[in-house]
Design a protein around this ligand. Structure first.
Ligand SMILES: Nc1nc2c(ncn2[C@@H]2O[C@H](COP(=O)(O)OP(=O)(O)O)[C@@H](O)[C@H]2O)c(=O)[nH]1
Ligand SMILES: [Mg+2]
Length: 371
């Protein structure tokens, strides 16, 4: 799973990236080094630790999330050009990268700091949301208009049902985008989703709005973000609050020092957990586990995916040779203190290919060896 961090210049995107990835990418950077920041980060999950004694596993393998931040490569123009001229455009390579992500984390600025002027002249989070939304709408529209043009020509020669369907759905998208409606607000059939999967439309991606507040705003954050909460009502959109600079500083400390610091600040450690939870919910993702003497491991699936799809994720051979999946809720397994007792209590279920894997399932795939 990959999350793209987006937003206006100098709102704290790289700071958020550093907080999430516990890294130290250059902040305040601008069209300088032309490098994006990419990081693969383990998803913290205490359930893995609790499953270790059940399997006697040697190690834990967390699920991971990939984060991408534009770094110095996100905008086409340099800082001087932007400060003295118009609003910055996104760099085309960064846009292409964004088309590959599963969801967007849009950082908006609430923190006040005179030494960091806002490119649009004032702190106005709602304006920032609209600006980026419009930018992405235009970008999706450009792709659609180009494709519709080509489709019209193609349809003159070959009127296949697939091309006709694609034309119909893209026209529908165009009409909505022209009204300023992002594609994530539309209900799209599974079939249509398949037809348009390759385009990576930006406004179709689930959107997590991150309100970046300053340290001094921690006490008043509820009031501050009140006007932003209405965006939560839009489809596939959620809002969270993060004091990104503070979180970045904490993430860069040694774990022991971080704990002392958090205690002193009266903060809890759950900000990153909340970010990940919100992202999972937004993308409709669930976690299941596998275990053995070598390792206990967390995997990410889309809610609604089946046992055979889970098997395919673990190993393609498991998908082909699938016989059945033994499944049990992780907590039932831990409480039973092992598989034998769980089986005796009737908690271990034998499920077929079509079984929909549930959040927190421990899954053991039984499969024919391929040859
Ligand atoms: N005071 C304050 N400054 C921040 C905060 N977050 C980011 N900044 C500053 O804003 C500037 C831009 O941050 P950066 O993460 O590089 O923003 P980006 O351009 O969106 O990637 C840097 O000087 C940061 O130190 C914050 O929460 N409080
Ligand atoms: Mg940056």
């Amino acid at each position: 799973m990959k999350i793209g961090i987006v937003g206006r210049p100098h709102v704290g995107k790289t700071t958020v990236f550093n907080a999430l990835a516990k890294s130290d990418a250059e902040i305040g950077g601008y069209a300088g080094n032309k490098k994006m920041n990419l990081s693969t980060v383990p998803v913290p999950d205490d359930r893995l630790r609790q499953l270790v004694p059940i399997f006697g596993s040697d190690k834990i393998i967390n699920a991971t999330i990939d984060y991408v931040d534009g770094g110095g490569a996100e905008f086409a123009k340099t800082k001087t050009e932007v400060d003295t001229h118009t609003a910055p455009e996104l760099d085309s390579a960064f846009l292409a990268e964004l088309r590959t992500v599963d969801s967007l984390a849009h950082v908006i600025r609430l923190f006040e700091d005179d030494s960091v002027p806002h490119v649009d002249g004032s702190i106005d989070p709602e304006r920032d949301i609209d600006t980026v939304n419009i930018e992405f709408i235009i970008s999706d529209l450009q792709i659609i208009l180009g494709r519709l043009d080509r489709l019209e020509k193609q349809l003159k020669n070959q009127k296949t049902q697939e091309l006709i369907n694609e034309y119909r759905i893209l026209e529908h998208f165009k009409d909505n985008l022209e009204e300023g409606i992002p594609l994530r607000s539309l209900s799209i059939s599974d079939n249509d989703k398949k037809l348009i999967r390759g385009y990576g439309f930006l406004t179709l991606k689930p959107l997590l709005i991150i309100c970046n507040i300053g340290e001094t705003q921690l006490q008043t954050s509820d009031q501050l973000i009140n006007p932003i909460l209405k965006y939560q009502e839009q489809d596939n959109t959620d809002v969270i609050v993060l004091a990104a600079q503070l979180e970045m500083e904490i993430a860069q400390l040694e774990p022991e020092d971080a704990r002392i610091f958090l205690d002193e600040m009266g903060l809890n450690e759950s900000v990153l957990d909340r970010f990940i939870q919100a992202s999972y919910n937004l993308m409709g993702l669930i976690t299941f586990f596998t275990g053995g003497p070598k390792e206990v491991r967390a995997w990410t699936l889309k809610n609604g995916q089946s046992a055979v799809e889970a098997a395919g994720l673990i190993h393609t051979d498991f998908e082909q040779g699938f016989i059945r999946a033994e499944c049990i809720n992780w907590e039932d397994l831990v409480r039973s203190d092992g598989f034998i007792q769980a089986r005796n209590k009737g908690l271990l279920r034998a499920e077929g290919k079509a079984y929909i894997v549930q959040e927190g399932d421990v899954v053991n795939i039984l499969a024919n060896a391929s040859n």
